[in-house]
Design a protein around this ligand. Structure first.
Ligand code: ZN
Length: 240
């Protein structure tokens, strides 16, 4: 599909689809964010492959050292489509979404839903932080695709386990601080909730845009994503 933004800029994307009345400029922002997520997914696969080749050191088949070897050789877009099980539908819904404007429902088949508030607010609102919000929701989707059942999302459990093992790992405890994120709510943190689910999704924003707080807490979160994403991506591809 091809969409044209306010400035006449056109973007083509096979990664996202829309239901309900979306503004053209909103579609462009969503497509840009999905592109960035695809790029980071592809980069994670490429880095994992490089590491496996180094470990194999010219000996045995490097694929046995990589959990992501089934994705080797795919384009960024193809990796995205494997992770999400096809293009992701962004749906405008009539119902209110409690506690926010968007909710990701991607366990198995599903959509990322946005309520009417997103469409009645000024367009600057979506242009201001829409891409960060889309990255946040796509990161929930990544966790949900690798989840088991309706309640247990593995990526969230991995973050919970990190806090148990390392109480010094950065954790949001108020809405004023950065806590390792590149900024405060509502841009680089898209949630103020203190749950692993919401912190993981906000770490997805930092990962998507490669933007973190210039502080050891930012480095810790960035390193955590680098270390854990291969397994989380592999789970999403194999499905719940
Ligand atoms: Zn969220």
């Amino acid at each position: 599909m091809l969409w044209t933004g306010d400035g006449g800029e056109a973007i083509r994307s096979d990664l996202v689809m829309f239901e309900g009345g979306w503004m053209e400029l909103q579609k462009v922002e969503v497509a840009h964010a999905a592109d960035r997520v695809a790029g980071q997914l592809g980069q994670t696969v490429a880095a994992d492959r490089e590491l496996a080749i180094t470990v194999a050191d010219g000996g045995c088949n490097p694929a046995i050292f990589s959990i992501l070897s089934p994705l080797w050789g795919l384009s960024d877009e193809e990796v995205f489509l494997e992770v999400y099980g096809g293009p992701v539908t962004f749906a405008r819904i009539e119902d209110e979404i409690a506690g926010g404007v968007a909710e990701t429902r991607l366990a198995g088949e599903g959509q990322i839903c946005y309520d009417d508030d997103v469409f009645t607010a000024s367009k600057e609102w979506f242009l201001g932080w829409g891409q960060q919000n889309v990255a946040h929701e796509l990161t929930h989707g990544l966790a949900q695709r690798g989840g088991w059942g309706e309640q247990n999302w593995r990526a969230y459990e991995v973050l919970e386990a990190t806090w148990v093992a390392n109480p010094n790992f950065p954790r949001r405890n108020d809405r004023e601080g950065n806590h390792g994120f590149a900024g405060v709510f509502p841009r680089w943190q898209q949630s103020t909730l203190l749950t692993a689910n919401e912190e993981f999704a906000d770490m997805g924003v930092g990962w998507t845009f490669n933007q973190w707080q210039d502080h050891p807490a930012g480095t810790a979160r960035s390193d955590w994503m680098t270390a854990n994403l291969p397994r989380i991506i592999a789970l999403a591809v194999s499905g719940p």
